[in-house]
Design a protein around this ligand. Structure first.
Ligand code: UD1
Length: 368
């Protein structure tokens, strides 16, 4: 069998490792599988491994069983990245794919991109070009480095095209295709709503908020987390807040004494449950990148608990505001929201067709 092909089809290794990767990879794999000229294989690095951080997402998104599971270790960035690299290299040597597709900005993304580039295998990066311009964020480092060694760069929003051009990446490699995560959202929204998730958690649609927090800068230090939770407890006296807690955050939470309020802690939710909860919310408070995009499409006001965003289209088009990380700035953003105009637009190409556009670019790359 010639390298890079499976029965004549172009073999592509698609990498997913952490929760935000799964909804980006699922629509692309489904699209590639429909075309017999492509043979996509799925590699799960195991960066996220719990049932509720990984297993539920595979079921909800109808992702195929991974062809390879790398069992990556948690730990420091160096340890995790190195461990994924060491386990990915033999898979690449064994399968000799025509390209490796990586998504987003997690450690798995950079680790596998680096292994592929060193073995002279083209890297295709999904969700390329986003920049917070904050190099204290591990994700910003992962984005910068992955983009620098990628052959095809698939971009979700116009700011990404400008950022990549400013970094000297040739225009011929940059492809504004839209947002694969929104492909997943639009495909699954009706099913998510039919689960009646708010009712199951004892809240009334439109009369509760949702919280997620997991950025190291917000949750690793007790002071920072306590500051944010102080504001959220106050808001929760007006609007009950449901908070599915990320494993990183849970450890710190146990140490903090909370002021009174109606902040309800939940286990992390699967994809459909969380989408159903978000779709019925009056507001979302988050430090996640992806949730800023999902709330933009759902038209749910989003208060981003950060000082910056790498996704400016969610502010210029959507219902996202940067609320900062201080108690006072969060409460100010919350009060000001009552007077904010509510006209919103969905960013260009966030229309559920991003996977088809990616496939068309990949097709041109291999078949001209
Ligand atoms: C990672 C990504 C982040 C992404 C987030 C989504 C990097 C640098 N960060 O952060 O960009 O937004 O995922 O969740 O890649 N853990 C479990 N069970 C799991 C997964 C993790 O208990 O299924 C624990 C780990 O053991 C670790 C901690 O949670 O102690 C953090 O996990 P890690 O993968 O290092 O980073 P995240 O904070 O999840």
């Amino acid at each position: 069998m010639p390298p890079s092909s499976t029965g004549g089809a172009v073999r592509l290794l698609c990498v997913a490792g952490a929760r935000p990767n799964f909804m980006k990879v699922a629509p692309l794999i489904a699209e590639l599988r429909r075309d017999a000229r492509f043979a996509p294989l799925l590699v799960h690095t195991g960066q996220h491994y719990d049932e509720n951080m990984s297993g539920a997402f595979f079921r909800d998104l109808a992702l195929p069983e991974p062809d390879f599971f790398l069992g990556a270790a948690s730990g420091s960035h160096a340890r995790q990245t190195a461990d994924i690299m060491q386990h990915f290299e033999p898979v690449l040597l064994e399968t000799r794919p025509a390209a490796v597709i990586v998504a987003g900005d997690v450690n798995s993304t950079l680790a596998c991109a680096l292994v592929a580039a060193k073995l002279q295998t083209p890297v295709f990066h999904v969700e390329s070009g986003l920049r917070s311009f904050d190099r204290s964020m591990p994700e910003e480092i992962n984005r910068l480095l992955t983009d620098a060694i990628s052959t095809l760069l698939f971009v979700t929003e116009e700011s990404g095209v400008r950022n990549l051009q400013a970094e000297g990446i040739p225009a011929s490699r940059i492809h504004l295709v839209g947002n694969l995560m929104i492909d997943s959202l639009l495909r699954h929204l009706d099913r998510a709503k039919s689960l009646r998730v708010p009712e199951r958690f004892g809240v009334v649609p439109g009369k509760y908020g949702v919280v997620t927090l997991h950025r190291p800068s917000n949750v690793d230090q007790q002071d920072s987390l306590a500051e944010i939770l102080g504001a959220l407890c106050e808001i929760s006296r007006e609007l009950p807040l449901l908070f599915p807690v990320h494993p990183r955050t849970r450890r710190q939470l146990e140490q903090i004494r909370l002021p009174g309020g109606d902040l309800r802690f939940l286990e992390p939710l699967g994809y459909l449950e969380f989408l159903g909860l978000m779709a019925g919310a009056a507001a979302v408070f988050t430090d996640s990148g992806g949730i800023q995009e999902e709330t933009t499409v759902l038209g749910v006001p989003c208060f981003t608990l950060r000082e910056n965003t790498e996704r400016p289209a969610t502010i210029t088009h959507g219902a996202n505001v940067l609320a900062g990380v201080r108690r006072s700035s969060i409460l100010e953003a919350w009060s000001a929201s009552r007077y904010r105009a509510t006209e919103r637009r969905i960013p260009p190409l966030w229309d559920g067709q991003a996977a088809a556009r990616c496939r068309a670019v990949i097709e041109r790359y291999f078949f001209g």
